[in-house]
Design a protein around this ligand. Structure first.
Ligand SMILES: [Zn+2]
Length: 274
């Protein structure tokens, strides 16, 4: 699943390729994604200009003329890419946005889990998932005071960090990476993490997502950003995808366990459960 660095990479790509263009018509081949028929979606979007593409957590926000916002969540495999107008859609190209300047924007989704919501722009933050979203993991917005307050919970740290209402943008990859960096076991209860370690975790989250974004994110499995720039961060990963290989810090063989139904790689020597 694309996490913050990958979604931000898509946002930047879309900004270069489609901002300023007008949607002329839309074809939907899987109605569950926008939650309306092809005719309805077309009627709502036709003649609207794409003014800007924003992001909040893992959500893309297409700001359209007429004060409408198309909220798009890629979920597992969703992706956007542009093609010359008239290009035949492939099997997994589920939505075509016919744009001005002879460009078509395809939404492709092999798993069909992605979702779109068209709302009035001033109602953007009422969309499910955005209504309770936590702060962006930046220096300004993810404060130590906020973390100290939120971490007063008994549950294990990994599912706590995956929950977007606590911190926006983290997923399986970057949670495993930052817990390794802060030497925290994935099952450690959030409310037992000492302040000094919380500071290290905060630093790791902010820095890791920033650097991963600079690398255009991580390319894992079939996820590639659609703009010809494959992410390069997979080469920088410290634990994710490295089960059975030695820890870069201590040489211990990395292990994999299930936490909250997610494969979780960690170092049993560096990340001890207290
Ligand atoms: Zn280690």
């Amino acid at each position: 699943m694309p996490e913050l660095p990958e979604v931000e990479t898509v946002r930047r790509g879309l900004t270069n390729l489609v901002v300023g263009k007008t949607i002329q018509s839309v074809e939907v081949r899987w109605e569950k994604i926008p939650g309306m028929s092809s005719e309805e979606f077309d009627a709502e979007l036709a003649e609207r200009k794409i003014e800007r593409v924003d992001r909040r957590g893992k959500y893309l926000l297409f700001r359209l003329s007429g004060d409408k916002t198309l909220v798009s969540h890629l979920r597992m495999e969703g992706a956007y890419y542009t093609v010359p107008a008239g290009t035949a859609p492939g099997k997994h190209d589920l939505i075509t946005f016919h744009l001005s300047d002879n460009v078509d924007l395809f939404y492709r989704d092999t798993r069909k889990f992605g979702r779109m919501n068209l709302v009035d722009t001033d109602k953007t933050m009422t969309v499910a998932g955005l209504a309770k979203i936590g702060p962006e993991p930046t220096e300004k917005t993810l404060t130590l005071e906020y973390m100290q307050k939120e971490f007063q919970r008994k549950g294990a740290i990994k599912p706590f960090l995956l929950d977007q209402s606590h911190i926006a943008g983290l997923g399986n990859i970057y949670v495993d990476e930052t817990l390794w960096m802060a030497k925290i076991h994935p099952l450690q209860p959030a409310n037992t993490i000492p302040l000094e370690q919380m500071k290290i975790l905060r630093r790791a989250i902010i820095d890791e997502l920033k650097v991963a974004t600079e690398h255009h994110g991580t390319t894992v499995h079939s996820f590639t950003n659609a703009f010809g720039e494959a992410g390069g961060f997979q080469n920088e990963l410290k634990v994710y995808g490295r089960v059975g290989e030695p820890c870069y810090r201590c040489g211990t063989i990395l292990e994999k366990i299930k936490v909250a139904q997610r494969g979780t790689t960690f170092c049993p020597h560096c990340q001890v459960l207290h």
